[in-house]
Design a protein around this ligand. Structure first.
Ligand SMILES: Nc1nc2c(ncn2[C@@H]2O[C@H](COP(=O)(O)OP(=O)(O)OP(=O)(O)O)[C@@H](O)[C@H]2O)c(=O)[nH]1
Length: 420
């Protein structure tokens, strides 16, 4: 999440504040902003002035109105999902509520993690950033023609005329797709594709040739050099938009699988280390502070032993989500392995990083962890180190790991700072 990005607002509507406040507190911990409504009039007025991302609606309805009446009004006013918190319902009852505009059913007893997961899925659908298209074409007219079609389809487009500038754009613009002309004076598109494909970090960016070339053999030759497809230039606008959209969506989804851990959707071990290595280089070049933390759930083996592996997984997911939302775009979080996480604090001193991490630690202790109806506490320990002159990424990881070891040794549920 970008630091300027506003927190998604969730409205909680119920007949009584009790019960809502704890749910609101839990949702707040997970990065949502909550407003509680008891009266229908207040809820409906707020829908006009500050439309929420989602509405959570309790089965007992609101003061001064029936459930059906409020749902019908919400259906007219709400642009986002309406989640109905309810006891078990028959299929006929579910259809009744779906007709009234309910988009999701959340069953009592409330499983907060399931609710958060559901909200995350719904949120992701609304937050997909526009596709980024890099067009490489020596003809400004041709490049602009494709660019304007894609811009009108709300994509972000960068046009470069000289293929030799492509690496700067790959680094800075970070495109979802490269549309490459074939015949250019500086080098051909297929030659450039071959050079790009030498660098594995750009492997997941599709390169598509846009050309008037119709000779199948020449097309195949170009693709064998590292291009992913060959599209004809001047194809109808709607076909270009559809082709780019489908290709970008597919590669985004593949990239997620390649870079992210499947349980937590955080960066996986390889990619968080790659991120750290990039940040170490940048911080040294630009003389910036950089801190790195290792975070490890305390006595996790006992959680697995007492409540089962599935509950252990759930605790890992809860901490993952808390870390992801807390870093708030000011660094990166990855799953280092098992119940261990790595946090990169960009442009942050060790003291500032430790303050942040300690506040996350306190928040984590307040989250309700549940197995069936049993609530149990979970804590984590962390170790932080900062980048010193001449240090490399493995040395920074070792320093944070030693600080984590100290924190565990000193009694756990604390943040240890690297000494020296
Ligand atoms: N549920 C679940 N358990 C995992 C996963 N990965 C690793 N574990 C378990 O995590 C436990 C880690 O235990 P230990 O390394 O002994 O540490 P601990 O019990 O957390 O104790 P301290 O770190 O010393 O506080 C092991 O029992 C692993 O089997 C996972 O993805 N899911």
């Amino acid at each position: 999440m970008n630091p300027d990005q506003k927190k998604p607002i969730v409205y909680l509507s119920a007949r009584q504040v009790q019960g809502c406040t704890e749910l609101a507190k839990q949702l707040t911990f997970f990065g949502f902003e909550c407003r509680i409504f008891i009266k229908q009039s207040a809820l409906l007025a707020a829908m006009y002035t500050e439309p929420p991302f989602a509405v959570l609606f309790g089965e007992e309805g609101l003061e001064g109105s029936s459930v059906e009446e409020t749902l019908l009004l919400l259906q007219k006013l709400s642009r986002g999902p309406v989640l109905y918190i309810t006891s078990a319902l028959t299929v006929v009852e579910q259809i009744h509520y779906v007709k009234l505009g309910v988009t999701d059913f959340i069953y009592i007893p409330l499983d907060i993690q399931k609710l958060i997961d559901r909200l995350d899925v719904l949120l992701e659908k609304t937050q997909n950033s526009p596709y980024r298209v890099l067009i490489v074409d020596d003809s400004e007219t041709m490049g602009r023609a494709s660019g304007s079609i894609l811009t009108q389809a709300e994509m972000q487009v960068q046009l470069i005329k000289n293929p030799l500038d492509v690496f700067v754009s790959l680094e800075r613009f970070v495109p979802d797709i490269v549309l490459m002309d074939v015949y250019m004076p500086q080098c051909s598109g297929d030659e450039m594709a071959k050079v790009i494909r030498q660098q594995t970090r750009f492997d997941s960016i599709p390169i598509v040739f846009l050309s008037t070339e119709t000779n199948r053999n020449k097309q195949l030759m170009a693709r064998s050099m590292g291009g992913d497809d060959f599209w004809v230039k001047n194809m109808p606008a709607e076909e270009l938009v559809a082709s780019v959209t489908m290709t970008c969506a597919r590669y985004r989804s593949l990239r997620r699988w390649m870079c992210c851990d499947s349980l937590t959707t955080l960066l996986n071990h390889t990619h968080i280390i790659e991120w750290l290595e990039r940040e170490v280089k940048r911080s040294q070049k630009e003389a910036l502070s950089l801190s790195f933390a290792m975070v490890d759930i305390d006595h996790f083996k006992k959680i697995n032993d007492d409540y089962g592996h599935a509950i252990g997984d759930k605790v890992i997911k809860i901490l993952a989500r808390l870390l992801r939302h807390s870093i708030n775009g000011e660094g990166a979080v990855g799953r280092y392995g098992g119940e261990e996480f790595a946090v990169v604090f960009s442009e942050t001193s060790m003291i500032r990083a430790a303050q942040k991490l300690d506040s996350w630690r306190l928040r984590f202790t307040e989250l309700i962890q549940m197995s069936d109806d049993i609530q149990f506490p979970v804590t984590f320990s962390a170790g932080i180190a900062d980048l010193k002159n001449g240090m490399n990424a493995p040395q920074l990881i070792d320093a944070a790991d030693s600080a984590l070891y100290q924190a565990k040794h000193a009694g756990r549920n604390q943040v240890g700072l690297c000494q020296g």
